[in-house]
Design a protein around this ligand. Structure first.
Ligand code: SF4
Length: 314
């Protein structure tokens, strides 16, 4: 899986002062499953080391100036960003990870100025460019990924997006699309019941559209659905649905125990992984293939440990 990333987050000494800012989760954990495609528009435009730059709003336009010599470098930055953008567009990337607070890469964390005054925080210029060209796409900045809930949502989005990309290359018939949809039912449900139902209608294809139209419409809406953030209440709803698969197998005490775990997850007493492990164990014990094939059980490699925090559900 190829993911574009601000080069400094890999530890490359490419920031204005020729240092890097390695992010251990990204390089050491996610990096086991991802090939990174690094970019750095500022290095391309101004070299390294370089003066720091800032974005100044002038008559509604975004201008870029060096902080000490006050040289305008807007055109150099625009050229560099265009080059980096073309590089990203030419590769089969399935996500973008940006460095927070940078005038180029910050995602909602970049300071803007008017003359010498602060103008609040917005998207950096390259982050804005990425958002304009990549829709319903996994894009995050590393600082936000310190929040367990945002991290879990982002990684789930990343893996589902990549899965859809691979699926799009190989799908040839409706039965394959139905199988794909079936495996994502609970994950989609945890994002949005409305999207989940609409996707079900597309797959059912009562209107007898051509297969090409069906799978293209499906994947377009699928990408919108997986871009949505989950909520603890929706996850609880899915867990209750899953537990319904054992209603004939479990004794009343076992049912009570499983329901108790779901309630404890909802009350943020135990992490999601505890309930998921119980459900997975029961699905294996009673050989319930429908559940075992659900992406929601294992949406990404377990050793990323993203469901181990009680704060990852909101
Ligand atoms: S934040 Fe972006 S522009 Fe700044 S050093 Fe890192 S990659 Fe380069």
């Amino acid at each position: 899986m190829l993911v574009a990333i601000s080069s400094c987050l890999l530890g490359n000494p490419i920031r204005y002062d020729a240092t890097g800012q390695r992010d251990r989760f990204l390089t050491d954990k996610l990096g086991k499953y991802v090939t990174f495609l690094p970019f750095c528009p500022e290095h391309l435009a101004l070299g390294t080391p370089r003066q720091t730059i800032r974005i100044v709003l002038e008559d509604g336009a975004k201008k870029v100036y060096t902080v000490f010599s006050k040289e305008e470098v807007t055109c150099k930055m625009q050229d560099a960003m265009q080059t980096e953008l073309e590089s990203l567009l030419s590769q089969p990337i399935c996500g973008i990870i940006l460095k927070s607070k940078s005038p180029s890469c910050g995602l909602g964390s970049t300071k803007y100025y008017t003359k010498e005054m602060g103008e609040g925080k917005k998207d950096g210029l390259f982050a804005l460019t990425c958002k304009e060209h990549f829709h319903d796409f996994p894009i995050e900045e590393e600082a936000r990924l310190n929040d367990p809930w945002l991290r879990e949502n982002f990684v789930m989005h990343l893996f589902a997006y990549e899965d859809a990309m691979q699926f799009e290359k190989r799908v040839t018939k409706l039965s394959e699309l139905i199988a794909f949809h079936t495996s994502y039912k609970f994950l989609l449900h945890s994002k949005s019941e409305k999207h989940y139902r609409e996707l079900g209608r597309i797959v059912a294809n009562h209107e007898k559209h051509s297969f090409n139209n069906v799978y293209k419409n499906y994947l377009m809406l699928f990408r919108k659905a997986i871009a949505l953030k989950g909520k603890i209440s929706k996850t609880v709803n899915v867990l209750e649905h899953m537990s319904g698969f054992f209603k004939h197998e479990l004794s009343p005490i076992e049912k009570q125990e499983l329901h108790g775990q779901i309630t404890e997850f909802q009350a943020e007493i135990i992490p999601l992984i505890a309930v998921m492990s119980t459900i997975e164990f029961l699905a294996k014990k009673y050989d319930i293939h429908y559940l075992l094939e659900q992406k929601f059980l294992n949406p990404y490699p377990k050793d990323l440990g993203l469901r181990s925090s009680i704060q990852e559900g909101k």
